[in-house]
Write a protein that binds this ligand. Structure first.
Ligand code: PGA
Length: 245
């Protein structure tokens, strides 16, 4: 299974800071065995594309619409992401769901359109703390997967990121058994949908000091990293982690 380490920069960094980061990254972090993907803010993608051109480092957009162009003020065209050299679209992050009212149905449409352009759709799913406390984790994950993947995706252009909402940006990483259990469930749902070979990443307060343990868990094929992806020093140990599962 392909191992992928993704950095989600959210709405941090400007183009100058983006260039500085990648110059430093290129001098320290080439030839990693894991695939490394960055999701800089949209306004920094041109800087990222220029800096990463000709390298094996992948990049993508944190959100893109399900149309190539048109009267959709404020949206991002996945066709332009593709033309600029991007490979990924991040979809369904809990912050998009929470602050921008993204539903599973919209995420499915965006994922389908991204795949139709040969882009990889990285689809995020995960339960809230309330849902976990009410023992609804499994049903929430199953339902999100069924709805987000209702369009019959192409397995080779799909990545799932399991991000328990309560672990994002909180410093509260999920317990190893919770991660292993969720990943096993996600893998079995993917199998039942006929999707094999799909990497399943864990996200939520991944740091240098917990990534080795997480990388040894069955079913964990990589990480989606927020805060710790903003500095080369904090992201490099995670990007270079060896998966022993
Ligand atoms: P975090 O964010 O690593 O800062 O918890 C993860 C994410 O939002 O993808």
């Amino acid at each position: 299974m392909k191992k992928i380490i993704a950095g989600n920069w959210k709405m941090f960094k400007d183009p100058e800071q983006t260039r500085a980061f990648f110059k430093s990254w290129k001098s320290q972090a080439m030839n990693l065995s894991n695939e490394v993907v960055f999701f800089p803010p949209t306004l920094c993608l041109e800087a990222a594309a220029q800096e990463l051109k000709g390298t094996a480092v992948r990049w993508g957009c944190q959100n893109a619409y399900f149309q190539a162009q048109g009267a959709f003020t404020g949206e991002n065209s996945p066709q332009v992401v593709k033309a600029m050299g991007g490979h990924y679209i991040l979809l369904g992050h809990s912050e998009r769901r929470q602050f921008f009212s993204e539903t599973d149905e919209i995420i499915a449409k965006k994922a389908q359109f991204a795949q139709s352009l040969d882009l990889v759709a990285m689809v995020c799913i995960g339960e809230t703390l309330q849902e976990r406390d009410q023992n609804k984790t499994n049903s929430v994950l199953k339902s999100q997967l069924a709805s987000c993947l209702a369009f019959k995706p192409v397995a080779s252009k799909l990545v799932i990121a399991y991000e328990p909402v309560w672990a994002i940006g909180t410093g509260r990483v999920a317990q190893p058994e919770q991660v292993a259990e969720a990943h096993a469930l996600i893998k079995s749902v993917l199998e039942s949908l006929g999707l094999s070979g799909v990497s399943v990443l864990y996200g939520g307060s991944v740091k240098a000091d917990n990534c080795v343990t997480l990388a040894g868990l069955p079913g964990v094929d990589g990480f989606l990293v927020g805060g710790a992806s903003l500095e080369v020093e904090s992201f490099l140990p995670i990007a270079s982690v060896k998966f022993t599962n």
